[in-house]
Design a protein around this ligand. Structure first.
Ligand code: UDP
Ligand code: MG
Length: 142
């Protein structure tokens, strides 16, 4: 298993001033922050990021939501990063998420669910490259 994953603190969480509380949960769970920035996505960038969902009924809403304000993409490192981070964030719908997960703690709905996590090592690599240049990753290397 790879040791990196991409998280995004989504626009709902940024608007609700939850960046600090969410990062606290992430670092308390043993993830190390390797790179981080705050950006506002445009339609092309959000649409490209979620290309796999194109044609699904929630796709247009998802792109609108992800472009509605700034978000915070973060490169995280830990052994077994992808699976452990999916466990930490919980199910897509907070109503189905386990107690103590980030979505259970903070999310208000299945669409506005405060955080993204990559679902495979291959997608983690693609998603990290979507937001961070090689230079940004190397410069932040600790
Ligand atoms: N989403 C939604 N309605 C759905 C399924 C997904 O609004 O029925 C949104 C939600 O923000 C979710 C994102 O689309 O996080 C990507 O969906 P996916 O199934 O990949 O869920 P995730 O991997 O984020 O848990
Ligand atoms: Mg997904």
């Amino acid at each position: 298993m790879g040791n990196r994953t991409l998280a995004i603190i989504k626009p709902d969480a940024v608007k609700r001033n939850l960046i600090g509380q969410i990062i606290k949960e992430i670092t308390a769970a043993g993830f190390k922050i390797k790179a981080m920035k705050m950006v506002r996505l445009n339609k092309d960038s959000a649409g490209g990021f979620y290309e796999v969902h194109k044609g699904r009924p929630f796709y247009n809403n998802l792109v609108e939501f992800m472009t509605s304000g700034p978000c915070v993409p973060i490169v995280l490192e830990k052994d077994n990063a992808v699976l452990d981070f999916r466990k930490l964030i919980g199910a897509t719908d907070p109503a189905d998420a386990d107690e103590g997960t980030i979505r259970k703690l903070f999310a208000l709905s299945k669409s506005e669910n405060v955080i993204h996590g990559s679902d495979s090592d291959d997608n983690a690599a693609l998603e990290i490259a979507h937001f961070f240049s090689r230079k940004e990753l190397l410069e932040n290397y600790q």
